[in-house]
Design a protein around this ligand. Structure first.
Ligand SMILES: *Cc1c(COP(=O)(O)O)cnc(C)c1O
Length: 791
């Protein structure tokens, strides 16, 4: 078992070796580093054993440009089952565990939901003893850090490695070379252990760093051409320098293309190398031993890259290579937003990856022939072909070049099949599946809400629920147990007080823990409709001004969101909400009734403090636009009813927990479809009480956007239509009144404290479906065809 004495000695030894210090001389981050390294020492043997155990069977590989891991220390201690032991040991050493947990920089190697999903999946795979490796990029800089200056978002670089990273091992011996038309770079793997919960299995996340083949040019340096001497080094390192902070569009085109090919090519070369060690050149077995999941289209260049390796390097025929390729890959679609469907101008491919482009052309050529043989018209062919009008359609390549395509929630998959990918569904009906997303209950309950976790374990008598989340269903037997319901309310209160303290410390704003904590936390995007939330707050403010006696439960509206740096309108919405916050929070007639806080730098570690403290989960995207959402699941698991539209996984959340335990409003997909051609937001603007008043604050001088024109631009986008959008493309004005009514229902329901606790309990009890363990089990059985292997 856990050897306390040895662990203590390990910490002290690492402090000496790495920092030359004794315990009482060490800085907090040095203590954090030493404790983390001591954990690495503790797990290293199990890690090797796991690798050995997986070696000879089929394995799956999760290729993702993003892994939004957050902090590792607390999570690893929880998963190892030694959190309390280590807390006590550190106590004896006069180290406060909370303090050193808080020192850790988030590994923010992702933008939002897609990257966090990859992280939750890694946790579930290890916990379920599944032979799965994650492959991605070790960005030197993750998602930018966000501050507000005068209410405007300001971005700063995220130098997350400045104190070093105790959780990864550099594996230079397994480096590979990746070739572009204009240069070659070395891909050096950094391996991070993924520690399963309640098992000894430890899986691997392998992230590639780009380095030059040659460190610097000795001759140039000798000639005192210093900049020239390191030019090649810098160009190589640029490839893994930054995560593109963009959710939907592709910026920094050529560099981004290089990033994609870089990690995909390195990962495939890695797989091929170990395959050859075992099976030499028996490539027809390749897909019997490898299942490769493509997380969205970012790694889809893997399809032509595997073709290139099999044909050019291993000498296989086109037909054989294609058969292996299609049987190896599967693809997850994450979006239905047309502007987010990735496509590449063929010119970039021709310039950077000419051979890959030839292969894509050949895939396209053969595809067109097949379709003609099937009697497809030219028009229909153009809708599905891979290269159209000099653009390479990555989703088309993914579907045609893989055996399975999946959506991420029932509604999302239905929309893919019936609308967005209808042509492909007709062509390949057996290739489509649904895999409703999930979240890991380890981080999103056991770690972030220890109080609620303890109560659940006490009530169920065992802690098996952490890996069998549907066991939570048994909590329903306490629905009428006042003692349990009151305890649930007390826990929520405690988490709200902790969040209030944190917000006071980091945002400098005092909030009332007895108010309703109404929280919207997610990337800033028009379709997610933070602006609808803002309009409602402003309307409530004006109604309270008009009618000071209006009886409402005090409310704290909390936002957290980063906007892509180039997304002007999203940044305008942040500024607008901060202006509303200033107005409301400084009005002494109002600020004891409502308050507005936009927290800075929303990220995984902040999320862990926000979800447990929420009374209301805002999930208000335009119906049909949010593929799944996973934030909605984190709220649910922490006993927070959803105030939301029938969109993404909200549909399934409500089906599980009961519509009566949530607050659903707004147009559904079918209605949006019906009205979208004739929708005139001006009708709502004129007719719905109070709506004009709040929309007009964008242009009537109520608020100051620092002469940036941001607010007017938003106003125009709603009423005139701006750039390529129709007016009010996301139907805010259509849904405004329904949303306001839903808020009134929340206010009324919240007053009945025990009734509210029941809703909370029903949400917790029915959250079992949304464990990423369930999702991963489905991937393993229905797509990857792999089995668990416990060490
Ligand atoms: C869960 C999570 C997300 C995804 O939130 P959605 O509401 O599903 O968009 C984004 N960012 C962070 C930090 C998360 O933890």
């Amino acid at each position: 078992m856990f050897d306390r004495k040895k662990f203590k000695e390990s910490i002290e030894r690492i402090l000496k070796i790495d920092f030359g210090k004794l315990l009482d001389q060490a800085k907090d981050y040095e203590k954090y580093y030493a404790v983390s390294k001591a954990i690495m020492e503790f797990i290293v043997d199990d890690w090797s054993m796991t690798e050995k155990a997986y070696e000879n069977g089929k394995q799956a590989y999760y290729l993702s440009a993003e892994f939004l891991m957050g902090r590792a220390l607390g999570n690893n201690l929880i998963n190892l089952g030694v959190y309390e032991d280590v807390k006590e040991i550190l106590n004896e050493m006069k180290i406060d565990i909370n303090r050193i947990e808080e020192i850790e920089e988030d590994a923010g190697l992702g933008n939002g939901g897609l990257g966090r999903l990859a992280a939750c999946f890694m946790d579930s795979c290890a916990t379920m003893n599944l032979p799965v490796t994650g492959y991605g990029i070790r960005y030197s800089h993750g998602i930018f850090k966000q501050k507000f200056v005068n209410g405007f978002q300001v971005e700063e670089g995220d130098n997350w490695l400045k104190y070093g990273d105790p959780w990864s091992l550099r594996r230079y011996d397994e480096a590979v070379v990746v070739e572009f038309a204009d240069c070659s770079v070395r891909a050096v793997p950094y391996d991070t252990p993924i520690i399963g919960y309640g098992t000894k299995n430890i899986n691997k996340l392998r992230l590639w760093k780009a380095e030059p083949i040659k460190d610097f040019d000795f001759d140039l340096f000798n000639d005192q051409e210093y900049d020239e001497a390191v030019k090649e080094k810098n160009r190589a390192e640029d490839i893994s320098r930054v995560l593109y902070p963009n959710d939907s569009k592709n910026e920094g085109k050529i560099l981004r293309l290089k990033q994609q090919y870089f990690f995909v090519s390195a990962s495939l070369k890695d797989m091929i190398r170990s395959f050859k060690e075992k099976f030499e050149n028996d490539f027809e077995k390749f897909h019997e031993y490898h299942a490769i999941q493509l997380n969205d289209t970012h790694p889809v260049v893997a399809i032509p890259e595997l073709m290139r390796i099999l044909i050019d390097e291993e000498g296989l025929s086109w037909e054989k290579a294609w058969n292996i390729t299609v049987n190896t890959f599967s693809y997850t679609n994450h979006t239905i937003l047309a502007e987010a469907l990735e496509q590449w101008w063929s010119g970039f491919y021709k310039e950077i990856l000419p051979r890959i482009y030839e292969i894509i052309e050949e895939i396209d050529r053969r595809f067109v022939i097949e379709l003609k043989e099937k009697g497809y018209t030219d028009e229909k062919i153009n809708r599905v072909r891979i290269i159209d009008d000099e653009m390479i359609k990555m989703a088309h390549l993914a579907i045609h070049g893989s055996h399975t395509t999946n959506g991420v929630a029932k509604l999302h998959t239905e929309i893919l099949i019936n609308q967005e990918l209808k042509d492909f569904y007709e062509l390949y009906p057996n290739r489509f599946q649904n895999k409703t997303n999930g979240i890991t209950p380890r981080r999103w309950l056991k770690l972030c809400n220890k109080e609620l976790s303890s109560m659940i374990t006490e009530l169920l008598g065992i802690d098996e629920w952490v890996t069998k989340l549907t066991m939570l269903k048994e909590l329903e037997k306490y629905l009428d147990d006042e003692v349990v319901l009151k305890r649930l309310l007390e826990i929520k209160q405690k988490k709200k007080e902790a969040l209030a303290e944190y917000i006071q410390k980091y945002e400098g704003i005092a909030i009332n823990p007895d108010s309703i904590f109404d929280i919207q936390i997610k990337r800033l995007h028009e379709y997610k409709r933070q602006l609808l939330n803002a309009f409602h707050i402003l309307d409530l403010y004006y109604r309270l001004k008009e009618n000071p006696k209006m009886d409402i439960v005090p409310r704290t509206f909390i936002f957290g969101a980063k906007a892509a740096p180039g997304y002007f309108r999203a940044k305008g919405i942040i500024k607008f909400i901060n202006e509303i916050a200033k107005l409301v929070n400084n009005d002494s007639e109002i600020n004891h009734k409502i308050k507005v806080v936009f927290v800075q730098n929303y990220r995984v570690s902040y999320a862990e403090k926000l979800f447990p403290a929420a009374d209301i989960s805002e999930q208000i995207s335009t119906a049909g636009k949010e593929a799944s959402g996973t934030g909605n699941m984190k709220f649910m698991l922490n006993g927070t009813p959803t105030l939301g539209t029938f969109d993404g996984a909200n549909v399934e959340i409500v089906a599980e927990a009961g519509e009566e335990n949530n607050f659903i409003f707004g147009a559904r997909v079918e209605e949006i479809e019906k009205i979208k051609e004739t929708y005139d937001p001006k009708e709502y603007y004129e007719k719905v009480s109070g709506l004009k008043r709040v929309v007009d604050t964008l242009i009537d001088g109520t608020f100051d956007d620092g002469r940036t024109g941001m607010f007017e631009e938003i106003y125009n986008s709603l009423l005139m239509g701006a750039s390529w959008h129709r007016p009010d493309n996301y139907f805010l004005l259509r849904d405004f009144d329904d949303y306001r009514e839903a808020h009134k229902r929340v206010d009324k329901a919240y007053r009945d404290r025990l009734g509210w606790a029941k809703k909370a309990l029903m949400n917790i009890a029915n959250a079992g479906k949304f464990s990423s363990d369930r999702t991963i089990e489905e991937y393993a059985k229905e797509i990857w065809n792999i089995a668990p292997k416990r060490i």
